[in-house]
Write a protein that binds this ligand. Structure first.
Ligand code: KG4
Ligand code: ZN
Length: 348
């Protein structure tokens, strides 16, 4: 097997990564940061029936899908498994059983082929998705992480190190979208449904802005205010203005996220803000952030909408960055295990 130094010195680095942290089984092949293939098998239709992801069902479906997805990604890339320079896998954070499927499979593959294995922090992967869409983005910049499990403002100091500036004190923003959607009887996943419904509504329902630190967020009070609005309307026999609730909720949340990111950019004297995570697919958030950046002489960056939600191209990109700019600690040992929760900035 190549040493870390030999690997880094290679002119051509072909990385094959697997992602299985939630309800998408995904595999991608990248060559020097360029996507050769990206295959995503989503289980959304299966979990929709239950109104959210059922961890045990997710794990079982990953087991059923993983081999087909990996073979398909290699085939589409026109790369043989033995030609891959390094394999990579998401080891956390996420659903433990789901992560274990990807980790076990890729560990076996890398071991059998005598290839190095890079362990990837899922949230770092979401940030790396920006480089796939926008090679003009160069650290340092502010990262606004908005996923189903995390919400944070970070300073991306260089390709492999972050500084945490603030984050949610309770629910993640994606979780808030999903919970509010449930209250409005919308199907899972709630984010895209809220976005769709909000287009038909107006920002006329009062949503209180919680008092937090300048880079911190709290979404549970917002969710409660939506529940209260719906209950009160029901008790009074009044119609529930679902589209207005969706629009007001989305407007309040995008304003809070944007304000924190812009403040962070100004205080850190940085010019760029990059969105990362599933909620980054939200058109209203993208528009609000773009507008606020333009007003303040800043620039907003986004992954493509498809690359905002879970995929393996972003995991392969993060692994590539670790190999090119990081150190040996990104490589997994034989004892690599999946972790349900890991610090945002952890590399291994
Ligand atoms: O990043 P992600 O795919 O998974 C995690 O790493 O957690 O994020 C999933 C979250 C879900 O909560 C989903 O409702 C939300 O992203 N989401 C959206 C949109 N698309 C996905 N939220 C708002 N608007 C969207 N268009
Ligand atoms: Zn994710």
């Amino acid at each position: 097997m190549l040493s870390f130094a030999e690997l880094r010195a290679k002119d051509t680095l072909t990385v094959c990564a697997v992602e299985s942290s939630c309800d998408e089984t995904a595999c991608a092949v990248l060559r020097n940061g360029e996507v050769l293939s990206s295959v995503i098998s989503t289980q959304i239709a299966i979990h929709k029936e239950y109104g959210g992801v059922v961890p045990e069902i997710a794990s079982r479906n990953h087991v059923l899908n993983v081999e087909t997805v990996v073979k398909s990604a290699l085939e589409k890339a026109g790369v043989r498994a033995s030609e891959v320079a390094a394999y990579a896998v998401t080891y956390g954070a996420g659903l433990l059983g789901a992560l274990l499927v990807g980790v076990s499979y890729v560990k076996g593959l890398a071991f059998a082929l005598d290839k190095p294995l890079v362990k990837v922090n899922h949230i770092r992967g979401h940030i790396a998705a920006n480089y796939l869409a926008d090679p003009s983005l160069v650290p340092p910049y502010i990262g606004l992480i908005v996923s189903g499990g995390h919400t944070a403002v970070v300073r991306v100091d260089d390709y492999t190190s972050f500084t945490y500036l603030g984050g949610t004190m309770d629910d993640a923003v994606g979780e808030a979208f999903d919970k509010v959607a449930r209250v409005l009887s919308l199907p899972y996943p709630g984010g895209p449904e809220i976005e769709k419904l909000a287009r038909e509504g107006e920002d006329t329902v009062f949503i209180p802005a919680p008092k937090t630190g300048k880079y911190d967020f709290s979404f549970s009070g917002i969710k409660t205010s939506v529940i209260n609005y719906v209950h009160t309307a029901e008790q009074r026999g009044e119609p529930i203005r679902r589209a207005d609730v969706a629009c007001s909720f989305q407007t309040a949340v995008t304003a809070m996220l944007t304000k924190a990111a812009v403040t962070a950019a100004k205080e850190n004297r940085l010019k760029d803000i990059a969105l990362a995570g599933g909620v980054g697919a939200n058109g209203a958030l993208r528009a609000t952030l773009t507008e606020a950046c333009a007003k303040n002489g800043l620039k907003a960056h986004f992954p493509t909408k498809e690359m905002c939600t879970d995929n393996a191209a972003m995991i392969a990109m993060e692994a590539y960055l670790q190999l090119r700019y990081g150190d040996e600690s990104c490589l997994a040992s034989d004892s690599l295990d999946a972790k349900a929760s890991i610090p945002l900035c952890e590399r291994g």
